[in-house]
Ligand binder design. Structure first.
Ligand code: NAP
Length: 291
């Protein structure tokens, strides 16, 4: 496939957008955001700004002077909330922001991860969360967004399994919606057995598998043959997904979630609902790593 090199012209009038995090070496956001800025011929550019934790607390409030808008990634999605002038209801419940825009000098935070996740399941994989039993593995920042999405989409039940049980319980108490059965469990084989059998959608939000050789603690032995299995990790096919495929289960990964959350950020900043296929192609065709 032919590479499409985004053409970005920068001059004194260019508006600055970007992503903050630490480290940022592997971020794919500049590829897709600059691709779309060039596609729509916008007078702007998007750049990665790696901020170390000791500098973050001194800089966060002043980011309004450097950017028109920016994405926030690990490890600042939660901490950034403390420096904002306003946040949306979803971000408040989730306890994290991944998108910030500046309005009349105020820093306004929102969360597009949960929408990107829900849209990706529904539109890319044709999986609706409505009335389904959902099992979420992990209780970090991304689990909170997935939990919120499942509740928002009126799942029947949402169970969180995590190594550190207290973190799973905290998600339940912070986010749960009325009328949806939710509870936390640990990750022993015994605890997971019943839930794995009952679940319609199983989502890995842990970082297990980021290292290609790492095996997941989850066993697919008793998983219902109609279950859909999703891994937020998109850089390669994890052993978690390989195991699910061995059992002939339908699977998906987080690459399109990444694009869809980025598309929502783009819309906040530029008021344009971007062409998702085009946005995806900027990652697929220009990325040096095999996805
Ligand atoms: P995080 O906040 O650091 O949470 C990581 C979770 O993994 C925690 O619940 C942790 O359990 C669990 N975990 C890690 N190692 C474990 C082990 N050996 N055994 C059992 N549990 C383990 O990370 P995050 O921000 O939620 O991100 C998680 C993953 O999602 C990352 O791989 C990230 O790349 C991916 N992600 C993808 C997208 C996308 O758009 N596709 C978006 C966001 C994140 P404890 O609580 O017990 O420590």
């Amino acid at each position: 496939m032919q590479k499409q090199n985004p053409k970005i012209y920068i001059d004194g009038n260019s508006k600055r957008y970007g992503i903050i995090g630490y480290p940022l070496k592997h971020t794919l956001s500049p590829l897709m955001q600059n691709g779309m800025i060039s596609y729509y011929k916008l007078p702007a550019f998007y750049f990665p700004l790696e901020i170390s934790p000791d500098v973050f607390c001194k800089t966060a409030k002043n980011l309004r002077y450097f950017f028109e808008g920016f994405n926030v990634t690990v490890p600042y999605k939660e901490a950034m909330i403390n420096y904002l002038d306003e946040i949306c209801i979803a971000s408040k419940k989730i306890g994290a922001v991944n998108t910030v825009y500046i309005k009349n000098g105020d820093l306004i935070g929102t969360n597009t991860d949960w929408k990107g996740f829900a849209d990706s399941l529904l539109l890319d994989y044709k999986v609706s969360l409505k009335d389904k039993n959902i099992l979420i593995l992990g209780a970090g920042g991304s689990a909170r967004a997935c939990f919120y999405a499942a509740c928002q989409q009126n799942a029947k039940s949402v169970i969180i399994a995590n190594r550190t049980f207290d973190k799973a319980e905290k998600i339940i108490s912070d986010i749960s919606f009325k009328g949806i059965k939710t509870y936390a469990i640990g990750i022993s084989a015994n605890e997971l057995r019943k839930e794995s059998h009952n679940s319609d959608v199983i989502i890995n939000t842990t970082s297990i598998g980021l290292n290609k050789k790492e095996n997941h603690y989850f066993s697919f032995k008793e998983v219902n043959s109609k279950a859909f299995v999703y891994d937020l990790i998109y850089s390669h096919e994890t052993n978690f997904i390989k195991e699910a495929k061995k059992r002939k289960l339908n699977t998906g990964n987080g690459l399109k979630m990444l694009v869809r959350q980025g598309a929502y950020s783009f819309e906040y900043w530029f008021n344009i609902n971007p062409d998702i296929k085009k946005m995806f192609s900027f990652i697929k065709n220009n990325n040096q790593r095999k996805l």
